[in-house]
Design a protein around this ligand. Structure first.
Ligand SMILES: [Fe+2]
Length: 395
């Protein structure tokens, strides 16, 4: 049940990740060295309130100031940031002659940092850049320092903001950071609930990359390694935040899965998650956890070997199983992991009234077509109505 080359034998594809990664325990001590390589005078730092209140931002910025850089901190990024927050960051970065941007925090802070760096050099409003490859002019130099691991934003060309009640994405290799400094130590204070949700986001990225119609040999290798790391380390990081080896494993999984989805693209789970995450104020990873096993089940007839390879990556004993039987085991293991991390497992659990389901299905087909396009099984509205009902009732 190894990954079979015939999946890709008659396909020409490309693989690209433009971000240089500096990885390791205490690697964030390299920030001054990495900043110095760009010889900036004025540095604009983007972060969230929580990460700033924990002292992480000041701890990272102090050596920069001591080294003679002028540092301005914008720390207004909220979880699931609104397009207005991104606009505020853009206004701030355009107001002075900054020459380097640093994003410190989770996916939200990193995404807003990407937008600020891009729009410092590109005119107009953030909304004009929603979609793929619209950022034309080279952005300001950008360094990302993740403190929560899972979104993969540290290596991806994506920046997601909430516009009204719709999650919209900017996607451009011009948004990728020049450098990402990945230091597992910075995530030690992340609470269990956030650790669980963001870790499942990484798992979802990996499994979606594996299932995507745009998968290739490189993205499969990255995705399978990420799946193995999540199954080995996420429960440990959840149970004991100070388990540095577990934090290391999850940080590595986040980056590998981010590199996978940068090239394979995400499919149906993220599209479905976007149809209820905003209205029901769910953490992004929790919204993915809700639908991931259901979509795996739905996709099983089209990608049994892929899901069987996931079972092997998870370390499940599937010797002698058919691909389909192994795939069923993989889906069961994902369900068990989500339950053990105490994440919500049904739409009714998170307060969705059953009568709202048809609207969500409409929303999926109206606003999330790009995810449907990459899904290996092409869903009908009827299929999705059944799937949402199963997710509501936890069938
Ligand atoms: Fe995600």
């Amino acid at each position: 049940m190894e990954v079979k080359l015939q999946h890709f034998l008659f396909k020409t594809y490309s693989y690209y990740t433009p971000t240089r990664i500096v990885f390791g325990v205490h690697s964030s001590k390299k920030l001054v060295e990495e900043v110095s390589k760009f010889s900036p005078k004025k540095v604009f730092v983007v972060s969230g309130k929580t990460v700033r209140s924990l002292g992480i931002v000041d701890e990272l910025c102090k050596p920069l100031e001591e080294a003679g850089f002028s540092v301005t901190v914008f720390s207004q990024v909220e979880p699931e940031p609104s397009i207005d927050t991104a606009r505020k960051a853009v206004l701030a970065v355009r107001s002075e002659g900054f020459d380097l941007v640093i994003g410190i925090g989770g996916g939200s802070s990193m995404d807003v940092a990407k937008i600020a760096a891009a729009l410092a050099k590109n005119p107009g409003d953030v909304s004009e850049y929603v979609g793929a490859y619209k950022v034309k002019e080279k952005r300001l130099p950008l360094i990302l320092v993740p403190t929560v691991f899972g979104t993969g934003s540290e290596v991806s060309p994506a920046a997601v903001v909430v516009d009204g009640r719709v999650k919209v994405a900017l996607w451009s290799f011009n948004l990728n950071a020049d450098v990402s400094i990945i230091d597992p130590v910075l995530s030690i204070t992340v609470p269990p609930k956030t650790t669980a949700a963001s870790g499942i986001d990484a798992l979802s990225h990996a499994i979606e990359s594996l299932m995507s119609v745009e998968a290739n040999n490189f993205t499969d290798a990255l995705a399978l390694e990420a799946i193995g790391l999540v199954f080995t380390y996420l429960e440990r990081a959840y149970a004991n935040g100070e388990d540095i080896e577990a934090r290391y494993g999850v940080a590595l999984a986040s980056a590998l899965a981010g590199m996978a989805f940068t090239n394979a693209g995400l499919c149906l789970p993220h599209g479905i998650a976007y149809t209820y995450a905003v209205d029901y104020k769910l953490a992004h990873g929790a919204s993915c956890a809700l639908c991931l096993p259901y979509v795996m089940e739905y996709n099983l007839p089209t990608v049994p070997e892929k899901l069987a390879s996931a079972a092997l990556a998870m370390g499940l004993d599937v010797a002698g199983f058919s691909s389909k039987e192994a795939a069923v085991e993989a889906i069961g293991a994902v369900r068990e992991l989500i339950e053990s991390l105490e994440l919500p497992t049904s739409l009714s659990d998170v307060g969705v009234p059953k009568e709202e389901l048809p609207k969500m299905v409409e929303d999926l087909f109206t606003n999330q077509q790009r995810f449907i396009a990459r899904n290996p099984r092409k869903p009908t509205k009827e299929d999705m109505e059944k799937l949402y009902e199963a997710m509501w009732e936890e069938l």
